[in-house]
Ligand binder design. Structure first.
Ligand code: NAI
Length: 281
């Protein structure tokens, strides 16, 4: 599994590419548009420099040499594993999987998605090789959090799942849990309703953002409160995951509250846009 491709070089794609390169793998990352390719490159360089400064890796330049960011999906042709980490939109992802199926030439290559909530079956059936499609769902920030959810669809082969488990555990040194192909898998099915409840609490004037977050940090030993966490995930991604959960289960607790929708409409996406529930420098 030594030739990895990653599609999308946003917060997750860059993190996934970084941990793969740090594990010694050769990585090609595909972004759309020249400016975003450049931004992706800078994101990788900055993160690796931080890791070097903190003594976590001996030589950032050596890791960077294993990473190539490009605009061309065709450069994924020789990859043995491709992990998709683009926008959380089912039709955009399905279209990409159809294209990857034509481009990635190794007959046993695995096509994986980092989706938080979109059924893996929909992505598998967009290809001619659903037995080799599964969810490999990382957590943010990828270099820091050790969990990965492995999500086989009904059509994913046991061999694909086993290979993915070896990749995650033996190659990346992360901990894998296995989940059913249901929106939200394990972690987001529990986490997103909790974040939405905090947003409803804020929206109703029940408590301030600081008191909500401090309550969970000091009262439940969470490392950060739910509103700060939503800012870290990205409010667009939080809303998209909530919508997928709501579509799947039709439970009101998964419905995105109006405040979340209006903030996304306004471009207040959290850390990545500089402002969400909090403002970032
Ligand atoms: P992001 O918005 O930071 O990055 C997405 C990137 O994909 C952008 O840079 C965009 O230019 C690029 N992109 C979009 N369409 C593309 C295409 N056709 N080809 C190449 N690049 C394309 O989003 P983020 O947070 O990295 O999320 C990506 C995926 O990871 C989503 O499916 C999300 O649900 C999932 N995820 C997000 C987590 C989070 O905490 N943000 C945690 C775990 C999974």
């Amino acid at each position: 599994m030594e030739r990895v491709g990653v599609v999308g070089c946003g917060q997750m794609g860059a993190g996934i590419a970084e941990v793969c390169a740090r594990a010694g793998l050769d990585v090609v990352v595909v972004e759309s548009g020249e400016a975003r390719v450049e931004a992706g490159r800078r994101r990788l360089e900055a993160s690796l420099k931080r890791a070097e400064d903190k003594g976590k890796i001996p030589d950032a330049a050596e890791v960077l040499r294993r990473l190539r960011v490009t605009e061309s999906l065709d450069e994924l042709a020789d990859r043995t594993l491709v992990i998709e980490a683009i926008v959380e939109d089912e039709s955009v992802k399905a279209e990409l999987f159809g294209r990857l199926d034509k481009i990635v030439s190794a007959p046993d290559a695995i096509l994986a998605s980092n989706t938080s909530s979109i059924p893996i079956m929909k992505l598998g059936t967009a290809t001619g090789r659903p037995a080799q499609v599964l969810g490999i769902h990382f957590f943010n920030p990828v270099p820091v959090l050790s969990l990965v959810e492995l999500v086989p669809s009904l059509l994913t082969s046991g061999q694909t799942l086993d290979r993915a488990r070896v990749f995650v555990h033996d190659v990346l040194g992360k901990h894998a849990i296995r989940c059913q192909d249901r929106a939200g898998f394990v972690v987001n099915a529990l986490l997103i309703p909790f974040i939405l409840a905090a947003i409803r609490m804020l929206e109703s004037g029940f408590a301030t953002r600081e008191d909500i977050d401090e309550g969970l940090v000091r009262g439940a030993a969470h490392p950060q409160g739910p509103l700060a966490l939503a800012d870290l995930i990205g409010l667009d991604t939080t809303k998209a995951v909530a919508e997928s959960l709501y579509d799947e289960f039709k439970e009101p607790l998964y419905a995105p509250p109006p405040l979340l929708a209006r903030m996304v409409d306004a471009g207040l996406l959290g850390r990545k846009s500089g402002r969400g529930f909090y403002t970032y420098a």
